[in-house]
Structure formats: structure tokens, C-alpha cells
Design a protein around this ligand. Structure first.
Ligand SMILES: Nc1ncnc2c1ncn2[C@@H]1O[C@H](COP(=O)(O)OP(=O)(O)OP(=O)(O)O)[C@@H](O)[C@H]1O
Ligand SMILES: [Mg+2]
Length: 342
């Protein structure tokens, strides 16, 4: 939100966002050069909301999440920015403090549930381990509680399933177990990085449904990372569209689909398969995401942008556009909207 908007007499938002990422930059210092994986990302997640983060492979979605959690490994490093969570800048926290926050207030689930579970331990052992961390010391957690956790995430026959090893579970079941483990600490924020990509379509819908139900019942906020516009449309309250390490558009979901502003977002929406409608082939955006070592000057999307050519905009290959609020609450980083700032 710009200062201008505030001057327009709109009341400021009542509560500061649960999570506020400001101009975050995470670079990988490789022998081939500096990979600018996250290059000036700003986004917020409010309490209880689902923030969708969407973009093609390699645009920096996971690295944004890993940076928020401070799980970036060498040769990567957070070079600048701020990550405010409940009034504190997480980037000033020590390793130990961060690990406590990750265990108690922010939960994470990843794409490959099975690789996140320990293959040699039974589900029961892993659940009890998590419960032990989150309960008052002194009282050993009971198996009934672990069974109840599995029941809550919709695992049928939990009394039996709890004795399974991860390899005995289907992908969907394993993801439910991961979610159950993530919920044990009653997190304020769940970061779900492609939580359903590895699952088949029906199971995908069930797991998304589960996330939606849990956020409703627990009032928890979710940062939902996905490359699928369809998932965002169905799940998110607000969306951030990322391209080549930066956010290019941000809006409430309905507004985004109603009037996508950025040519890249329009391309993404056009490529969603429509049920019952047979297309010769899905519309895909021609070209590829630029090499994050040698970013083109100007707008990062310019080399692939049809609108730039149609409108004969020369500025696009020279100067990077700023993020502006082109419609109320709807931000875009594109020269097409120059002068439309509110
Ligand atoms: N260890 C590393 N060394 C160099 N570059 C890296 C490293 N890890 C990630 N990157 C780069 O960071 C960029 C962003 O990666 P990231 O995993 O965040 O993408 P993503 O949007 O999550 O993609 P996907 O949809 O495929 O998961 C990529 O271009 C990737 O090549
Ligand atoms: Mg990723």
C-alpha cells in the first residue's frame, strides 16, 4: 500500500500483518556468477488468510520461503531485506531462536512428503516425538493423542495406520501425516511449498480441502506456494505472482482473475486448462525465464512480453518498472500502467 492511498482518507489496516517480508534478497554466490534467486521480494500474510505465491519453476518461490525460515544453505545467503513476524525481524534471530520459531509458530510442509518423513521410524514414533517437543515437559505423550492427530487430518483407521512405516503409506497419506505433524504446535503460520504437486488429482483436492478446513478451524494463516494458477484460484484469498526472483503482481484473488494486469499473469491464466473445454493446445508463454545470473536490463519479463511489442514500449528494455498500485489494492510492476498509480 502506498502512502498516497493512506492520504486518500482510507483507514489504515487495523492490525499489522502476521508476516511482512520487505525487499528480501537472497543470492547464490557460485563460480559461474551471482544467482539472484530472490531479488527484492516484498509480501505480507495477514492472520487467518491464505496468501498464494505463484510463478513458473525457478522464479524463487521456494527460496523466498527458505529465506523466511532462514534455511538457506551455502553458497546462498540472504543479502538484504527484512522479515517481520509478530513484530520481530526474524533475520536478526539466532539459529537457536529460529529453530524454536520453526517448531512452534511457523510450520512447513514440502512437496515430497515421503522424503520429509524418517523412513526407518514408524508413524507413531515420529508423531510422539513431535508431541513431546510441544507438550509440557514431564508428561510423556500418549498414543491416543497421536491417533487423534491422524484422525483430525482424515486418515482412515488411524489406530492401525499409526503402526505403519512411511513406505507403507500412499503419497496422500504421507502428506496428511506431514500436515498432522505440522499442526501439532498449533502454528500461526503454515508455509506449504507445493504441498500437492506430487499427488494425483483426486488426492490433491482432498489435501487442499484439508488445508482449507484447518485454516478455518484453527484460524491459522497459510503461505501457499504453487506453480498452478488453478490451485491459487481455488484456495487463496490474496495472490502474489512472482517472476524471475521478484513479485510482479499482487491482488485479492478475485481481482487478479477478474482483471489480471501484468502480461505475465495474463499468460499464466490463459494457460489454465478449462474443464470440459477442449483446446488444441494450452496457451503457454513463449520463451523462458531469464538466467538469474545475467538478468536483462529493464523489465525481467520484457524479452517474452507480447504487450511490449504490441504497444511499442521502449522503456521496458531499459528501466525496471516499480511496483505501483494501479487499481485499489491491486499492485503491478509494469510500464503499461505508468501514470495510473492511485
Ligand atoms: N544451491 C544453489 N546454487 C545456485 N543457484 C540455486 C541454488 N539453489 C537454488 N538456486 C536457484 O535459485 C532460483 C530459485 O529457485 P527456487 O527453488 O526458489 O525456485 P521455485 O520458484 O521454487 O521453483 P520450482 O517451482 O521449480 O520449485 C533458481 O533459479 C535456482 O537455480
Ligand atoms: Mg520450489
Amino acid at each position: 500500500m502506498t502512502d498516497k492511498t493512506r492520504d486518500n482518507g482510507k483507514p489504515p489496516a487495523e492490525e499489522p500483518p502476521l508476516l511482512q517480508v520487505k525487499d528480501l534478497k537472497t543470492y547464490f554466490f557460485t563460480r559461474r556468477g551471482i544467482v539472484k534467486a530472490v531479488d527484492g521480494v516484498s509480501l505480507t500474510v495477514r492472520r487467518g488468510e491464505i496468501r498464494g505465491v505463484v510463478g513458473e519453476s525457478g522464479c524463487g518461490k521456494s527460496m523466498t520461503a527458505m529465506s523466511i525460515l532462514q534455511l538457506v544453505d551455502k553458497p546462498g545467503r540472504i543479502v538484504s531485506g527484512e522479515v517481520w513476524f509478530k513484530g520481530e525481524n526474524l533475520l536478526t534471530k539466532s539459529r537457536r531462536e529460529m529453530s524454536a520459531i520453526r517448531g512452534k509458530q511457523i510450520s512447513v510442509i514440502f512437496q515430497e512428503p515421503k522424503s520429509s518423513l524418517n523412513p526407518v521410524l514408524k508413524v507413531s514414533t515420529q508423531l510422539l516425538e513431535v508431541l513431546k517437543v510441544h507438550q509440557d515437559a514431564g508428561r510423556p505423550p500418549r498414543q491416543e493423542e497421536a491417533v487423534r492427530m491422524l484422525k483430525e487430518v482424515g486418515i482412515p483407521d488411524p489406530e492401525r495406520r499409526i503402526h505403519n512405516y512411511p513406505h507403507e503409506l500412499s503419497g496422500g497419506m504421507a502428506q496428511r501425516v506431514m500436515i498432522a505433524m505440522g499442526m501439532a504446535c498449533a502454528p500461526d503460520l503454515l508455509i506449504a511449498d507445493e504441498p500437492t504437486t506430487a499427488l494425483d488429482v483426486t488426492i490433491q483436492a482432498q489435501v487442499l480441502d484439508l488445508i482449507r478446513t484447518l485454516r478455518k478451524e484453527r484460524g491459522m494463516a497459510v503461505m501457499l506456494i504453487t506453480h498452478a494458477m488453478g490451485v491459487v484460484a481455488e484456495m487463496a484469498d490474496v495472490v502474489t505472482v512472482m517472476y524471475a526472483g521478484t513479485a510482479v503482481e499482487e491482488a485479492p484473488t478475485l481481482n487478479l482473475f477478474d482483471e489480471p494486469l501484468h502480461p505475465y499473469t495474463r499468460g499464466l491464466i490463459a494457460s489454465i486448462p478449462v474443464m470440459g473445454q477442449r483446446k488444441e493446445r494450452l496457451e503457454v508463454i513463449p520463451g523462458r525465464v531469464p538466467n538469474l545470473i545475467d538478468m536483462p536490463p529493464g523489465c525481467r519479463f520484457a524479452p517474452r512480453c507480447r504487450a511490449r511489442i504490441e504497444h511499442g514500449l521502449e522503456k521496458c528494455t531499459v528501466e525496471e518498472p516499480p511496483m505501483i498500485e494501479a487499481r485499489p489494492g491491486h499492485l503491478v510492476r509494469c510500464w503499461l500502467y505508468e501514470g495510473e498509480q492511485r
